[in-house]
Design a protein around this ligand. Sequence first.
Ligand SMILES: Cc1cc2nc3c(=O)[nH]c(=O)nc-3n(C[C@H](O)[C@H](O)[C@H](O)COP(=O)(O)O)c2cc1C
Length: 361
Amino acid sequence: MMSLGQRLQMTVFGTSHGPEVGVEIVGLPAGCPIDVEAIQRQLDRRRPVGRRLATKRQEEDQLQVDRGLVDGRSDGGPFRAHVDNEDVRRQPYDPLRNVPRPGHADFPARVRYGPDADLSGGGIFSGRMTVGLVIAGAIARGLLASTGVDVVAFTRSIGPVEVEGVADLSLSELRARAATNEVETPDGGAASRMEEAIRAARREGDSLGGVVEVHADGLPVGLGEPFFDSLESTLAHAYFSIPAVKAVEFGEGFRAARLRGSEHNDEFVWDGNRVRTRTNHAGGILGGLATGMPLVARLAVKPTSSIARPQRSVDLVSHAAVDLTVTGRHDPCIVPRAVGVAENLTAFVLADLALRGGFLA
Ligand SMILES: Cc1cc2nc3c(=O)[nH]c(=O)nc-3n(C[C@H](O)[C@H](O)[C@H](O)COP(=O)(O)O)c2cc1C
């Protein structure tokens, strides 16, 4: 399934080493402002170029709008945009044709789709596919602008290094601080320790995982749909489409299981303007609906599977054991590049739910 959303729906297309990757969006109301430069800025956050700690693949990722845009606004029909795949090198993937990389999608994908599927560079399982998620999310931000909803994501941890002292920062402070370093984290001290941890893992032919945290403010109370399409379900459904995301939690998440009701409940207060809660253990969601408090979600990203160390695998044709050394260009840590993806994808899901719930015209 390559499509996400109901009233606002995106369909991603392309493969890592095909001619292009991109997205088609249906359900955009006519006249929605589409700021091509703003979309490009979001795409630039995802690019590895200029990042010392990322893959050396030269992805320019220049946005090309194919249809649906007239004078800076949506025309009411399907919107389609893509970026060309540049600097494609298939050769490092030839030895992987029959020998799956441990930890990557190669094995189940080869069994399911057969020998002719183009899995070079990971095919449709590549991080390249997130280009479409970023474009769609950046457009959704334009839709959400009138509602006051704002979304920020940042790196919470990489390997053993975790941010400190950011709990009381506003969204604009989080955004400004995270923009000052390559790992997109709001704690400058942690940033240099994270960068050093990534460099050390790379020197050892290894990789690191970590946690992306998403905050969203300004959600109208009641946003979300009951039961199967709750705010948590729709967001988690989207987050798990980001390759390498292995766990998602909201508010206290798994820690909630260890708390008492008296510790976990968020007490209501009238602040002179609106009902709010003193604390926000719920992460802004009760009963699958927004409470109006900040939405807080965390995404666990696994360590990059394509590592430079020799690993054991099996030739799927001869069934012989193989000592596999993965070559090619890979990120030693995916987390910083997943930050912008998670942020924009959140905006897309919130815009779809806002349209479904009548919060947006
Ligand atoms: C932005 C981004 C970049 C990625 N880059 C790489 C990479 O360079 N090498 C790699 O092995 N995996 C990379 N991945 C992760 C794989 O695509 C993913 O682990 C693989 O498809 C298996 O899916 P799963 O981890 O969700 O099970 C990247 C993911 C993202 C989101």
